[in-house]
Design a binder for this molecule. Structure first.
Ligand code: NOJ
Length: 741
């Protein structure tokens, strides 16, 4: 009993803020002692076993055979982790073999992809980022963790914190958008939500920051493609969300599929050892992505599987996800002296550290009686709240929205109107389409019998339906309002697109409806990426970008349409006008020939398209109006280690209560390395009643004003800075301050 108590106390998470530093050091050193004690008893094969993860899924005879094979390996201590095992009972039965039948009884750690919810499916991460609401992000990760741990899971492969500037890349849906500041805050919140303050608690889920690193910079937006990136961009844009996640206590990181400047990410000692493990002091373990160590052979980096195993471990990938090359070759490589056992030991210690901190030694089994996987009204209501706050109002001509009075006849049209699968988004392994409220159902729930609803699918997502457009036109002609649900269901991994306009059948549908009806057209886009929606904007009176919103999708959309929720979300990514503009992002550098309109000369521009995006980063409308005034900067001159206070008065000048996301951007005007024309450095989401105003302040310090100069050091250079506070990355009040020599 005494021993158990000691173990429980010693496994309290490193980042328990309530502990004093001495207490913390004591706890850490007792964890380290425990790790060393276990390590001293391990054979070489058992050590390697801790670095091996296999996948177990499926059913029937094949499943049984696979499982038997793995159980034999577990008994010998040759497997450390599983991915994809489903069901708490199955998980416990496999765990029992590890704990009771292997020589050292080291528990397995079970992981699976719980990306934006387990049973309660939340909006995709990109949509959550549009809420700019850290509490909501944290709480949705918390709910996912509670449900997933009840389902037998210890570890999720989330959050996905890859910045991307390329909507051709399907995985843009899984991350938090284009901006390192916003994504870092999201990363921190999500890790806190998954892991909670005490990682050893039964409802805490180990987080995994992925895909390390620069995966979102794939050339041409083609998934898994090579990445060619400067160290500057790597450090300024792609790494900050990882550093933030590690600060939040994330215990694992996944090495990516892509190569970085000619070195595969899963064999890259610069990014893994130098940056992650040394500079960021990451003490948890790195798991490869699915077979990504072995895939270094395809990259042309490793000669064969043995070489791949050697390069993966040396570079700092601690655990091999499913390829089996560590199991096969690491013992030999150590015996042959090609790998120093110290390097192997470091990896093993990292895995043991996570298992100890998670409390797996004390509690290897999960309670089979927890009923937390069940959907409750409370969780549904919360999901609805997150979904409402993720919907972006892009256009609202003549304030056609909200629909104040119930129109007599409503036409609900489009391939996404009754779709109950697409709103689950990519990666919803445990999500069920029968749990989803479709847009059509949401509208029916809202309207009840107060209006007549006419429905026509009009077209498929990518194909024509015979007579579909004609039927849709007919019902729209007869309706007082047209609610048109367009979008796409291709999104996520291996979902890159070269054509980003919505498919022609949908474009024809909106064109024909707009030609033939005088009733207002409100288009709701259900999608996982920002795309050139120029014609949708042109033909619609109002447009909502509603992403994949999860199980309460339809109810949340209806809440916004009928004014029960006043939209507040803002774009976490730039919406391009044309594919040729991609990559387009707000925090770009200035050129030597910036475009000056109506002036003769040669400029950095497109001859056939504007340089401007269709909608800028940070943009989103509300049913009310907010005005900004009284920008104050104090002091206007400060030394680099000083603090500058920037404040502004925001007033709700419209007729509705509403929430506004106040955004602060800076520009360092002259510096030894060119700084972007704007950089987000603060945001605040506030609620203002109609007519109400509030002063909002931000503090800018060294950390926010500086930039990476040589390695991981942040420097602030003296000189003038511009600052803007406003509703998006293009508008706002402008001021200036100086950092003194
Ligand atoms: C491959 C994906 O890239 C990654 O995101 C995921 O976590 C793993 N497969 C495991 O499913």
């Amino acid at each position: 009993m005494k021993k158990i108590l000691f173990f429980v106390i010693s496994s309290i998470i490193i980042l328990n803020f309530s502990l004093s530093e001495t207490q913390l050091n004591k706890k850490q050193s007792s964890v380290e002692k425990r790790i060393n004690k276990i390590l001293s008893k391990m054979t070489l094969e058992e050590k390697v076993g801790q670095l091996v993860q296999f996948s177990l899924s499926g059913s029937g005879k094949e499943y049984k055979e696979k499982k038997e094979k793995y159980l034999t390996l577990i008994r010998k201590g040759l497997i450390g982790s599983f991915i994809n095992v489903k069901g708490v009972k199955e998980r416990n039965s496999i765990q029992k073999v590890a704990v009771a039948e292997s020589r050292l009884g080291i528990p397995l750690i079970f992981g699976i992809d719980v990306i934006h919810g387990y049973r309660t499916i939340f909006p995709i991460p990109l949509a959550q980022a549009a809420s700019w609401d850290l509490e909501l992000v944290k709480k949705s990760a918390r709910i996912a963790a509670i449900e997933a741990t009840a389902g037998g899971i210890d570890w999720t492969f989330a959050p996905m914190i890859d910045i991307t500037r390329d909507p051709r890349w399907g995985r843009i849906a899984e991350g938090y958008g284009e901006d390192p500041f916003l994504a870092s805050r999201m990363s921190f919140a999500a890790v806190k939500g998954f892991q909670d303050e005490d990682i050893s608690s039964p409802t805490s889920l180990v987080a995994c920051l992925k895909h390390y690193v620069a995966y979102g910079a794939a050339i041409g937006g083609r998934d898994y493609n090579s990445v060619d990136i400067s160290e500057k961009t790597l450090r300024e844009i792609y790494l900050p969300p990882y550093e933030a996640g590690i600060k939040a206590g994330a215990l694992t990181v996944m090495s990516a599929f892509n190569s970085i400047n000619g070195i595969p990410a899963s064999a890259n000692s610069f990014t893994l050892r130098k940056i992650l493990k040394n500079e960021f002091s990451f003490k948890g373990f790195v798991v490869s992505d699915w077979e990504s160590i072995k895939e270094t052979i395809n990259h042309g980096f490793s000669k064969n599987e043995k070489d791949a195993a050697l390069k993966g471990l040396i570079a700092g990938v601690d655990m091999d996800m499913v390829s089996g090359v560590y199991l096969k070759y690491l013992p030999k490589l150590v015996r042959e002296g090609k790998i120093d056992e110290k390097i192997l030991n470091d990896s093993v210690k990292r895995v043991l550290r996570v298992k100890i901190l998670k409390g797996l030694f004390e509690n290897p089994y999960k309670n089979e009686k927890r009923a937390d996987e069940i959907l409750t009204n409370e969780k549904r209501n919360f999901e609805r709240k997150v979904a409402q706050r993720s919907i972006i109002l892009l256009k609202n001509k003549n304030n056609v929205l909200p629909l104040k009075k119930f129109p007599e006849k409503i036409a609900v049209i489009g391939p996404l109107a009754k779709d109950k699968k697409t709103p689950l988004g990519c990666w919803s392994l445990y999500g069920r389409s029968e749990d989803v409220i479709s847009a059509f159902e949401g509208i029916k729930n809202k309207v009840k019998n107060r209006a007549k609803i006419f429905y026509s699918k009009g077209s498929e997502i990518r194909g024509f339906i015979k007579g579909g457009i004609e039927e849709a036109v007919k019902i729209s002609k007869n309706a007082d309002i047209v609610l048109l649900f367009l979008g796409d269901n291709i999104s996520g991994e291996d979902a890159s697109l070269a054509h980003l306009k919505l498919p022609e059948p949908q474009l024809k549908l909106i064109r024909e409806i707009s030609k033939n009806t005088r009733s207002p057209i409100i288009t709701i886009i259900i999608d996982g990426r920002p795309r050139p929606i120029n014609s949708i904007i042109k033909y619609s009176d109002a447009v909502l970008l509603a992403w994949y919103l999860g199980i309460e999708s339809g109810n949340a959309i209806a809440d916004v349409l009928f004014g029960d929720y006043n939209p507040s979300a803002k774009l976490p990514v730039t919406i391009p006008r044309a594919i040729g503009q991609i990559p387009i992002y707000y925090n770009h550098e200035n050129t030597g020939r910036p475009l000056i309109k109506n002036k003769p000369g040669n400029f950095s521009r497109y001859r056939d398209e504007s340089n401007e995006p269709l909608f800028p980063f940070g943009f989103g409308l509300s049913y009310t109006k907010f005005s900004y005034s009284n920008l104050k900067i104090s002091p206007e001159k400060a030394h680099s280690n000083g603090k500058i206070k920037v404040s502004v008065k925001v007033k709700n000048t419209g007729n509705y209560d509403g929430e506004e996301i106040v955004e602060l951007y800076i520009r360092d005007l002259v510096s030894s390395i060119i700084r972007p024309v704007k950089e987000l450095k603060g945001f605040r989401k506030i609620k203002l009643k109609a007519g109400e105003s509030r002063v909002i302040s931000f503090i800018l310090d060294e950390k926010l004003l500086g930039f990476h100069y040589k390695g991981n050091n942040i420097t602030v250079e003296p000189g003038k800075f511009k600052v803007w506070v406003g509703p998006n990355s293009q508008e706002g009040l402008e001021g200036e301050f100086t950092i003194l020599e």
